[in-house]
Design a protein around this ligand. Structure first.
Ligand code: SF4
Ligand code: SF4
Length: 361
């Protein structure tokens, strides 16, 4: 396993991290085996929270950790809401530790965090007091945050100096947070990239994306991981895994490759920027044209077409179109034209829906 510095924490984190939200819900033995084998393979970061998998995530993780957390980076996570106090947050930290069966968490993350909740976190008697106290008592090592707020808000949260790490979605097809990642790198805040294979979407074959990586990649998933890990500010790629096969494949990919050289990285970025331009010309999937009075999912249809034509994810696209509810598909368009004046990009929606229809019928 390859390791990288996790920001300024002094920790070395494995290039592949495990998101424990996809452990097999009804097979605790297999879940324990996956965690156990991941540790044996050198994976040292495990992201957990109490609510995942209908409350089973940390129980399943505990079966594999068997009390081990020192020398690993096990992370708990809880949100901050208006009612959260230092006491209630402390109880949550303790509860998560007891479910995980550990006496130490290297990380505790403020989950589902947004800039407008910063005051809820930092106010007198708020959750940050509980986190600092737990740090001083040696129960937790570091504080991170994660969520899906706007990139510019995430950058401001990174700049507060409160957090040692930030965890956000990042992949070949989702580069929204690239400026936040860069800023985190400059400030020494560790970056954990979640959804590096876009929730499994990038497990689908795409010659376009495989060829995009200089020297080629054996699979789209390998291209996706290599892309994420070649960003110099990314510390680790956190992937949810629910089978031993997935774990083994991801470990092999993480072990096999070297980072792209800066010139190669720049070349990949330039191609992806070009893809983005083409994508935006077609539809930004902003949704302003919705709702369609006849039930057509306009951005949903366009997203499928874009991923097919721009990123080469043909079999994924066909599959998604087939799975889409009949009334939402492009062929439900009556041509009434009500949507077109609402589109800020002046997309000829009716004409382009016909293209989608022709492609997948
Ligand atoms: S033109 Fe088609 S997609 Fe647009 S509002 Fe009418 S039925 Fe819906
Ligand atoms: S308003 Fe235009 S750009 Fe936005 S989703 Fe609809 S078609 Fe796409």
């Amino acid at each position: 396993m390859k390791y990288r510095p996790l920001g300024k924490t002094g920790l070395q984190v494995s290039a592949l991290a495990m998101g424990c939200m996809r452990l097999p819900a009804d097979n605790p033995d297999l879940a324990a085996q996956i965690i156990d084998e991941a540790i044996a393979a050198g994976v040292n970061y495990f992201e957990t929270t109490r609510g995942y998998i209908e409350g089973k995530c940390q129980h399943l993780t505990a079966g594999g950790l068997k009390g081990r957390s020192r020398g690993l980076i096990v992370s708990g996570k809880a949100k901050v809401i208006v009612e959260t106090t230092a006491d209630s947050y402390r109880r949550e930290i303790e509860l998560q530790m007891s479910i995980l069966g550990v006496d130490y968490l290297e990380f505790f993350q403020v989950g589902w965090f947004t800039l407008d909740r910063l005051e809820m976190l930092t106010r007198k008697g708020g959750a940050l007091e509980a986190l600092r106290k737990a740090q001083n008592e040696g129960l937790i090592g570091h504080i991170g945050f994660t969520g899906h707020d706007k990139p510019e808000h995430f950058t401001r949260l990174v700049e507060t100096g409160i957090f040692d790490s930030v965890t956000m979605p990042y992949s070949l097809i989702d580069r929204r947070y690239e400026s936040t990642i860069k800023r985190a790198g400059e400030l020494g805040v560790g970056v954990v990239a979640m959804c590096p294979v876009a929730g499994g979407l990038l497990a689908a074959p795409s010659a376009t994306l495989q060829k995009l990586i200089p020297g080629g990649a054996a699979t789209t998933a390998a291209a996706a991981l290599r892309f994420v890990l070649s960003n110099p500010a990314v510390s680790s790629a956190c992937s949810g895994m629910n089978t031993l096969e997935q774990l083994r494949e991801n470990v092999a990919t993480a072990n096999r490759f070297d980072n792209l050289r800066p010139s190669e990285w720049a070349q990949v970025q330039a191609i992806l920027n070009e893809f983005q331009t083409i994508q935006k010309r077609f539809c930004t999937t902003c949704g302003y044209c919705m709702p369609c009075p006849h039930g057509v999912d306009i951005p949903g249809n366009f997203k499928i077409y874009i991923y097919d034509h721009v990123f080469g994810l043909r079999s994924w696209a066909r599959n998604q179109y087939e799975k889409m509810e009949a009334g939402k598909r492009a062929d439900g368009c009556t041509g009434c034209g009500e949507c077109e004046p609402k589109c800020p990009n002046n997309i000829p929606i009716r004409e382009q829906l016909q293209m989608v229809q022709k492609q997948y019928r």
